[in-house]
Design a protein around this ligand. Structure first.
Ligand code: GLY
Length: 343
């Protein structure tokens, strides 16, 4: 097991890569605790849960909203959860985001931690302290910054993940490599077959290296005033595509990274051969590099982006693999890229 720390304004978060769900109880203070999880995880792993009360939710993006939050508050009241109750989210990004938001707001905030059960949540969603829900078509519009006390990344839980879910995590790993670590990028180019197998030794390195990159950025800019925006590489187009087409997050981000790389080349920052490397690596990892989407609807979704500032959007471009920067790009310029790259 390897550990890393995030030092947030609300406390320290310890990320435990390679720890097991079976050891979860060691990290929970004595007293009452409540587990929030989804039906799938409960079905597969309840046998390994410590014996606390469980609140069960669905796990699709549609339930990531205030109705589900309200439902959980109701259950917590029923269970007589008080200020000393510890909340544990066990699941993927949706469960952890909701559990973190509920824990941060119930009784003005109770202690909480996560067991992250998907590759996507281990490398991205459960790490970083953003907890929130969608609101009326706006992604993650309502939420808080609050660090979980711990995040257990149990690699064994990945064994039951469908390939499509592994691929989604791979897209975020490529993103971390593209913005933060050219050596990790080269490693992926060489070891993509083992990564897809999936070989747990290779996956452990990919999870750990991703968390190193993300936690270093979050440690420097927890509240996303500047540098943390770099973690949005591929996400501005990605979120718009995801919302419009309903494709999984990782697939949308993959196509989004290709678009952001193309824009970086077009503006004279990134060499075309490096944009090609990014595209090739995504293809090797069986991720889409182009998606069929209605251009006008994508554009409308882009206009609703949280990062929008007047007629422009904070946008992440690359100078090189491992060297990103943030610029304000006009909606008009993004529109041109959408017309070139969506079909
Ligand atoms: N919880 C996800 C993040 O903070 O980025």
């Amino acid at each position: 097991m390897r550990t890393l720390e995030i030092h947030g304004s609300t406390g320290v978060s310890t990320i435990l890569v390679g720890e097991r769900l079976q050891n979860l109880k060691r990290y929970i203070p004595a007293g009452k605790a409540v587990i929030i999880t989804d039906k799938n995880v409960l079905h597969l792993y309840q046998k390994d849960f410590p014996s606390y009360e469980v609140i069960k939710i669905e796990s699709n993006e549609k339930i990531k909203n205030l109705d589900t939050v309200r439902y959980i508050y109701g259950k917590l009241v029923e269970l007589e959860a008080d200020r000393s109750t510890f909340i544990i989210g066990i699941g993927g990004g949706i469960v952890c985001d909701i559990a973190g938001f509920v824990a941060s707001t119930y009784l003005r905030g109770v202690r909480f931690g996560f067991v992250s059960s998907t590759l996507l949540s281990q490398v991205d969603a459960s790490v970083g302290g953003k907890n929130g829900v969608n609101f009326e078509g706006y992604k993650n519009m309502i939420g808080v910054f609050n660090q979980p006390e711990f995040v257990i990344c149990d690699l064994n839980l990945l064994n039951t993940l469908p390939e499509k879910e592994i691929l989604c995590g791979m897209a975020e790993i490529v993103k971390h490599a593209a913005i933060g670590d050219p050596d990790l990028f080269a490693y992926l180019e060489e070891h993509y077959q083992e990564a897809l197998a999936p070989d747990i030794g290779v996956i452990e390195k990919l999870v750990y290296d991703s968390v190193v990159i993300k936690s270093a950025i979050v440690n420097r800019d927890e509240k996303e005033k500047g540098e943390r925006r770099k973690l949005n590489f591929g996400h501005t187009f990605g979120h718009a595509i995801e919302k419009t087409t309903g494709v999984p997050h990782g697939e949308a981000v993959s196509a989004g990274m290709v678009m952001a790389s193309a824009l970086s080349v077009k503006r004279g920052h990134l060499q075309a051969k490096d944009a090609e490397r990014i595209k090739k690596l995504l293809q090797k990892l069986k991720l889409p590099t182009r998606l069929q989407a209605d251009r006008k609807t994508v554009l409308d979704a882009l206009q609703k982006d949280k990062k929008r500032k007047g007629d422009s959007i904070y946008f992440v471009l690359l100078n090189k693999i491992g060297n990103p920067f943030v610029d304000q790009i006009s909606i008009k310029e993004l529109e041109d890229v959408i017309y070139d790259l969506c079909y």
